[in-house]
Design a protein around this ligand. Structure first.
Ligand SMILES: Cc1cc2nc3c(=O)[nH]c(=O)nc-3n(C[C@H](O)[C@H](O)[C@H](O)COP(=O)(O)O)c2cc1C
Length: 177
């Protein structure tokens, strides 16, 4: 595969590594820089406590401060943004990222993993928070079900299948020649 000539950044949030695995698959096709979003104050280990905190943050519109800093965002033409579905929405830390950096004029490409309920309002929120960006069709795939103790699943056969689906998607949105 010929990588796209664009300068690419792949930013992702991942708690149990499923979204990270998709980020790495995308990276294997398009190259560029990979960056994990880390928080100044990480979420609790406990799933239920995390869900409760996220529900509260969504209610109040709290944007958790990020530890991750992206150097010279202006040099990137295309920014992939990957996040799990949390509370059927975009997780607050990805909202922090999209608020903090000026992404106008860039192509912003969303991707997602979820427990089988889909992306919810996550991709719509990308459109709302990046009104001056070009936003191609996003990619979403079933990942883990932490509620039921199912954590990392993008491995083995599932990883192979995800790799094929990602390739078709990247071709459709013309990020792969
Ligand atoms: C706080 C929290 C809330 C979640 N809410 C949802 C949800 O509303 N719908 C859904 O399908 N999955 C939900 N999930 C499951 C994750 O989206 C799924 O496990 C995803 O693959 C995790 O990605 P990661 O491994 O990159 O962290 C939630 C997970 C967490 C931790």
């Amino acid at each position: 595969q010929t990588p796209s000539p664009k300068k690419i950044l792949i930013v992702y949030l991942s708690r149990t590594n499923n979204t990270k695995a998709i980020a790495e698959i995308i990276h294997s096709y398009v190259g560029g820089k990979l960056a994990a979003l880390e928080l100044q104050k990480p979420y609790p280990e406990n799933y239920r406590a995390t869900v409760q905190q996220v529900v509260n943050e969504n209610e109040t519109g709290f944007l958790p401060p990020l530890k991750t800093k992206i150097d010279s965002i202006e040099k990137y033409d295309a920014v992939f943004v990957g996040f799990p579905t949390w509370d059927m929405k975009m997780p607050p830390p990805m909202k922090s990222f999209l608020h903090q950096y000026d992404l106008s004029g860039k192509t912003i490409i969303p991707f997602n993993t979820n427990a089988g309920y889909g992306v919810g309002s996550g991709f719509d929120t990308v459109k709302q928070l990046c009104p001056n960006s070009k936003i191609p069709e996003g990619f979403s795939i079933k990942g883990g079900v932490e509620r039921d103790g199912v954590l990392f699943v993008i491995k083995g056969e599932k990883e192979k299948q995800a790799r094929e689906e990602v390739k078709v998607w990247l071709q459709n949105i013309q990020m792969l020649k």
